[in-house]
Design a protein around this ligand. Structure first.
Ligand SMILES: [Cu+2]
Length: 286
């Protein structure tokens, strides 16, 4: 599969040039879009999709929000195994969380999805090749409920399409721990390409911070040397966890301001959530 990532490709001519060779059919220039309304009672989801870039545009009216998570099972692994490992991954006991997230990484290829709350729709555009995928609401994991898995069959050859994005956020591993590489500010009229370049599962959530809060302040909060609440809101939204090597294109339009980009996936050895290991970064959303 060739991923054609066309940065700053915004003209009609560029669209035509970057479209699939020999394809004149309407719609092939754009990723497929699926609208998903996330509810406490569940959500409706398609059973079939064409291979290619698929946009999942999610909304919810539920104040606590929802997380739409997609994955493929790895060969020889089962939904029961994954459910058990997810349950362990959200444990407050670090050793259990580490074992859980390590198990999840072996059981499944996480393709991402969205975390959404009522204030803004959140879209994730992801490359899906032919195969069987499953989607569920991560809230059920936190609630220790049986997971409702939606099975999706993805068919056919990968239909490439130009992707438009104005910025890139990378999830990387450094000698100091997992980090986000990102611009200082971003105009949410545009899309942002998010790449997991690390060797562990990562997510990307955005939580608005109080005026003047810096990454140094966040470090103090996460290492326990400050008890001042840095956040201007309780909720957050963004992209659901994805496996190493995966990409997603994020589109959302939250209220403008300064946000902390955060990842709370537990480290696969220590079980400590990545934000506590320094995986936080302030960004201004315009
Ligand atoms: Cu992470």
């Amino acid at each position: 599969m060739t991923l054609r990532l066309t940065g700053a490709c915004l003209t009609a001519g560029c669209l035509a040039l970057a479209g699939p060779a020999g394809s004149a059919a309407a719609g092939t220039d754009h990723p497929q879009q699926v609208d998903v309304v996330m509810k406490n009672s569940g959500f409706a989801f398609p059973h079939h999709l064409h291979a290619g870039w698929v946009t999942f545009r999610t909304t919810t009216k539920d104040a606590q929000g929802h997380t739409l998570q997609g994955f493929r099972l790895r060969k020889g692994h089962t939904l029961a195994q994954l459910s058990a490992d997810l349950n362990n991954a959200v444990s407050n006991t670090p050793a259990t969380a580490a074992a859980g997230i390590s198990g999840v990484a072996k059981d499944a290829l996480l393709v991402g999805g969205t975390a959404v709350e009522p204030s803004t729709a959140v879209s994730s555009t992801m490359p899906l090749r032919a195969g069987t995928y499953w989607f569920f609401d991560f809230n059920q994991v936190f609630a220790h409920q049986p997971l409702t898995f939606h099975k999706v069959q993805v068919h056919g050859d990968f239909e490439d399409a130009p992707l438009h994005f104005a910025a890139v956020v990378k999830q990387v591993e450094t000698k100091n721990g997992p980090r986000f590489l990102a611009p200082e500010s971003f105009n949410t009229d545009n899309n942002v390409l998010v790449e997991n370049r690390a060797d562990e599962i990562h997510e990307l959530s955005f939580q608005r911070v109080k005026p003047g809060v810096t990454d140094k302040d966040l470090t103090k909060v996460f290492n326990g040397t400050s008890t001042t609440n840095p956040f201007a809101e309780n909720g957050s939204r963004g992209l659901a966890p994805m496996s190493p090597g995966r990409v997603q294109v994020l589109h959302f339009d939250p209220v403008g301001g300064r946000y902390a980009m955060l990842c709370f996936i537990p480290d696969d050895k220590s079980g400590i959530p990545h934000a506590f290991l320094g995986m936080h970064r302030i960004i201004r959303l315009r």
